[in-house]
Design a protein around this ligand. Structure first.
Ligand code: T46
Length: 182
């Protein structure tokens, strides 16, 4: 697998080696040795999976202390635009983001360490999104920012009237009202 750090330090796009034969394909979706070589220390304690219809947008979320989460995300079926926003106050790229298309065809994965907001827009029906996290779910430590905040300038390519959001995500604060705990 190839781990490539993005222009925002700490974020990595991972491209696994895919072995194909007459039965189908095989790839390693996580390898501690490879992550350690790239300088990533991740102790995963929970695996998540969600199914989303086209237009569903989940995010922008993070967990703060005592349960900050590193996330290794990928798409098993379908396609998403996955976005991570740097909310590390001392970072020169604070408020900047990386967007990457993850799909069942490109097998790409995205490592998002603690200190980032995360979310994705679903591009196809019945998209299955799965990810490992380095701390358990802790509702009390959840934080977030509105998906279409103008200051974040994320080009999702979808009109607000078409997006499917949870009631919770509709109420998330704007970035100007957000105080990062990182
Ligand atoms: C995240 C989570 C949720 N839940 C329960 C709580 C809710 O009743 C239900 C749906 O949760 P939520 O609407 O927060 O699910 P998403 O909107 O997909 O949340 C995720 O969205 C973006 C993509 C993220 O990066 C986070 O991993 C996570 O916040 O599952 C759990 O029981 N465990 C969990 O780890």
């Amino acid at each position: 697998m190839t781990l490539t750090e993005t222009k925002i330090k700490g974020l990595f796009v991972i491209e696994p080696k895919v072995w194909r034969d007459g039965r189908g394909y095989f790839y390693e979706s996580y390898n501690e040795k490879e992550f350690s070589k790239a300088g990533i220390k991740a102790n995963f304690v929970q695996d998540n999976q969600s199914l989303s219809q086209k237009g569903a947008l989940r995010g922008l979320h993070a967990q703060q202390d005592p349960s900050p989460q590193g996330k290794l995300v990928r798409v098993i079926r379908g396609r998403v635009i996955d976005v991570a926003i740097d909310i590390r106050k001392s970072s020169p790229t604070y408020g900047q983001h990386i967007a990457v298309e993850l799909s069942e065809d490109n097998h790409k994965m995205f490592w998002v360490p603690p200190g980032f907001l995360h979310g994705f827009l679903t591009l196809e029906d019945n998209t299955i999104f799965t990810y490992k996290v380095t701390n358990p779910y802790d509702k009390a430590s959840e934080i977030g920012v509105r998906w279409n905040d103008e200051d974040l300038n994320i080009i999702w390519g979808i009109d607000a009237s078409e997006v499917i959001l949870s009631e919770k995500d509709k109420e998330l604060p704007l970035f100007k009202d957000f105080v990062s705990p990182f």
